[in-house]
Design a protein around this ligand. Structure first.
Ligand SMILES: Cc1ncc(COP(=O)(O)O)c(C=O)c1O
Length: 398
């Protein structure tokens, strides 16, 4: 290749991003209201309004806003009483935050493979493991491989699609395990007739900038249990035991969301349905444009699910398509289109080396073949065509 025909690096303005926020509602108005009223910090009317709006949308009694989704996961585990040397069953194919949160409370993850069709936690494996391999010892459910007490299951609804919850909830009830849903990527999705986030003892959300709605940064824990909700408020506000004197009976955290962030979150909440419609439309357009391409598999929606289509992720079978997933990503990036693989399965993560796993081969294959494509709410048809041309054209490039 000569210098003259070397590919030009596209400018940032030309780049099609992966998932950027769209702030076209009352964000300015509500933030201005915070500044004018001086309610800028970690209490204020928007925090309460945002919590009430999300709780009502998902159908939960209580919502406690947090500084990040990761903080939400951390305090949810703490509020569920998960502690040192407990074990928690966690999806292996996910962003790392839920497994990290398990370590924050001194517990250990035991990873669970994904099922191949929807890339979600393989609930069948959880049931089989609990029913056939674990044993009760002095009233504690024990993992036969680690000798640790299993206390909770953490299903992560990845990419906007729900985990098959009913069999998981049933087995968790049978073995007295807490269910802590990580719904960070799936606000607005539905499992059967229920909103995702409505089922676990606790459910966690993220409002990071790449999510369906954002508060700049932020998270929330949802629950129907008043004692847990109170504990969550206590832990997220430095565990204050006396309104005046600085008395603390527990080690708390400064995890509250600010009123300014909640103001943005509230304005975004008003746009949630519009964002979901846009996400689902762009998923349908991708399906129409990329369907029937040999070697590409498109995301599927289970008959019992309605996905939020948070991040459109295809699978590339290198032999049939003519290029592997990393080659497609490289070609797209060179053409100014943001594209990414899925997360390294956590049973392979050096950060969690030594944590046991139930399978993992499916997650490894999904990781090997996945390409996440631009999925911003305001992605134009022209940009989407550019993405598709980039994917199809990647077969022809060196
Ligand atoms: C599945 C999942 N859980 C947790 C998080 C953490 O949320 P945050 O970035 O708000 O801490 C994210 C992403 O950001 C996520 O994708």
């Amino acid at each position: 290749m000569t210098r003259r025909d070397a590919p030009q690096t596209p400018s940032v303005a030309d780049t099609v991003p992966l998932a950027t926020p769209v702030l076209r509602g009352n964000e300015w108005k509500y933030v201005k209201e915070c500044l004018e009223t001086n309610w800028v910090s970690s209490v204020g009317p928007f925090v309460e309004r945002f919590e009430a709006a999300v709780a009502a949308y998902v159908g939960r009694r209580f919502a406690v806003a947090t500084a990040t989704g990761t903080a939400a996961l951390h305090v949810a585990l703490a509020a569920a009483g998960i502690g040192v040397d407990d074990e928690v069953l966690v999806s292996t194919l996910t962003f790392i935050a839920p497994a990290n949160a398990v370590r924050y409370v001194g517990a250990w993850p035991r990873f669970v493979d994904a099922e191949p069709r929807y890339a979600q936690m393989d609930v069948g494996r959880v049931v089989e493991f609990l029913e056939s391999r674990c044993r009760w010892q002095d009233g504690r459910l024990v993992d036969p491989d680690t000798g640790r007490r299993i206390r909770a299951v953490m299903p992560v609804h990845v990419l906007g699609h729900p985990v098959d919850l009913d069999p998981l909830l049933a087995v968790a009830r049978k073995f007295d395990l807490a269910v802590i849903e990580d719904a960070a990527e799936s606000l607005g999705a539905r499992y059967r007739s229920r909103a995702v986030g409505a089922d676990g003892d606790l459910a966690c959300l993220s409002f990071n900038g790449n999510k369906v709605i954002t508060s700049g940064g932020g998270g929330m824990v949802l629950t129907d249990d008043p004692a847990r909700a109170e504990r969550l408020r206590y832990l997220t506000t430095q565990a204050k035991d006396d309104p005046l004197e600085y008395v603390h009976y527990a080690v708390g955290f400064n995890y509250r969301l600010t009123n300014i962030q909640a103001a943005i979150g509230m304005a975004q909440m008003e746009r949630l349905e519009a964002h979901l419609d846009a996400k689902r439309e762009l998923a349908q357009r991708y399906a129409a444009m990329l369907g029937n391409v040999p070697g590409l598999s498109l995301p599927e929606e289970a008959p019992w699910a309605q996905s939020s289509s948070w991040l459109y992720t295809i699978q590339v079978e290198a032999g049939r398509f003519g290029r592997d997933s990393r080659g497609v990503i490289k070609a797209l990036n060179a053409a100014g289109v943001a594209a990414r693989p899925l997360w390294q399965p956590l049973h392979r993560s050096p950060a969690h080396a030594g944590s046991p796993t139930l399978g993992g081969e499916v997650a490894e294959r999904l990781n090997r073949d996945a390409v996440s494509l631009p999925s911003s709410v305001d992605l134009t048809i022209e940009s989407q065509q550019r993405v598709v041309e980039g994917v199809l054209g990647s077969r022809l490039k060196d």
